[in-house]
Design a protein around this ligand. Structure first.
Ligand SMILES: Nc1ncnc2c1ncn2[C@@H]1O[C@H](COP(=O)(O)OP(=O)(O)OP(=O)(O)O)[C@@H](O)[C@H]1O
Ligand SMILES: O=P(O)(O)OC[C@H]1O[C@H](OP(=O)(O)OP(=O)(O)O)[C@H](O)[C@@H]1O
Ligand SMILES: [Mg+2]
Length: 285
């Protein structure tokens, strides 16, 4: 039987959420801790556990069909690789940072400077576009320590909360790119496997859509129903059902999780009561 071959990170920041999204898609994986390859029980899929940094080459060679990987790694090592879905987790940016004590004016300050980084291609193309020449020191980890031990004048690395920069007396001065986990697709993928990819993408989209949304139920007196309904979006339009008590209705709808608190405040003011908010597991539009 043809199986879709997916690479996910073996260990690290993407591993857990990658497995979680597959699980939310109803795909269970036999997951021995030290196994580098596992099969899905209920979907024609094989999972390869790999180093994040190696995944672009596996995709390029067509050894795997798809992968869950940080967009930043594709920008560094896999410009040619197609992104099928943005997955909404592991959000971070790749930035240039300098010691806090340095007075920073503009990107021109990097001219002739030594920059420590694990993302040489990204830094080179960014600086080239700005017409700046710098001297790169390529290191694989703990990049933020480089200025403190005299290895470099500046660094380029991943920033999320900013706490690693802070702890190392550095400040972020240029954001080069923003990244999140993505579903990447090999150019070598065969037609039969593209069909399986289509089925997987359909499931992923319904999971991501559901994560963005809340199911809301509320009661409202009929004379306030118009005002309440004006505040509500819905997949098509809200559902309105009569309550057992005369003169009252129950309203059901779906609200985007980012708009949710604002809408709830407005609903209360408009006369809604007994508001229930429930998570949605899957959402097919
Ligand atoms: N602090 C962070 N916050 C959010 N996302 C991050 C953070 N650090 C890294 N990421 C994202 O997670 C990905 C994996 O990072 P992680 O540090 O686990 O692996 P790695 O050391 O880069 O890779 P490898 O698997 O090759 O060892 C990064 O490529 C990036 O997209
Ligand atoms: O802005 P922050 O929230 O502090 O996150 C940024 C840090 O997270 C990553 O390191 P990680 O912890 O993955 O360690 P690593 O260098 O071993 O990959 C990244 O390389 C930064 O050092
Ligand atoms: Mg890391």
């Amino acid at each position: 039987m043809t199986k879709l071959r997916i690479a996910i990170q073996k260990a690290g920041r993407l591993n857990e959420e990658s497995l979680e999204i597959l699980k939310n898609c109803g795909i269970s994986i036999d997951n021995g801790k030290d196994q580098l390859k596992a099969s899905a029980r209920n979907f024609p899929m094989e999972v390869f556990y790999l180093r994040n940094g190696d995944i672009p080459q596996y995709l390029r060679d067509g050894v795997v069909d798809i992968a869950i990987i940080g967009e930043n790694v594709l920008i560094e090592k896999g410009h040619d690789i197609e992104i099928a879905e943005k997955l909404g987790f592991s959000k971070c940016r790749v930035s240039l940072a300098v010691p806090k004590s340095v007075k920073y004016n503009s990107v021109n300050d990097f001219e002739g400077k030594r920059i420590a980084t694990s993302y040489p291609n990204t830094v080179n193309s960014y600086l080239k576009e700005k017409g700046i020449n710098a001297d790169l020191h390529i290191i694989n980890g703990s990049v933020e320590i480089a200025p403190n031990i005299g290895l470099a004048d500046a660094i380029c690395d991943i920033v999320s909360s900013g706490s690693t920069l802070f702890k190392n007396n550095l400040k972020e001065v240029e954001v080069m790119l923003k990244s999140e986990a993505v579903l990447a697709v090999s150019k070598e993928i065969k037609e039969e496997r593209r069909i399986l990819l289509g089925r997987l993408q359909f499931r992923i989209q319904s999971v991501l859509q559901a994560r963005q949304s809340k199911y809301v139920l509320l009661n409202a007196p009929n004379d306030k129903l118009d005002a309440v309904l004006k505040l509500l979006p819905g997949m098509r339009s809200p559902t309105v059902l009569p309550l057992a008590e005369a003169g009252w209705s129950s309203v059901h709808t779906v609200i985007n999780k980012d708009k949710f608190w604002e809408v709830i405040d407005e609903l209360k003011k408009a006369g809604a009561e007994g508001i229930l908010v429930c998570p949605i597991e899957k959402m097919v539009l």
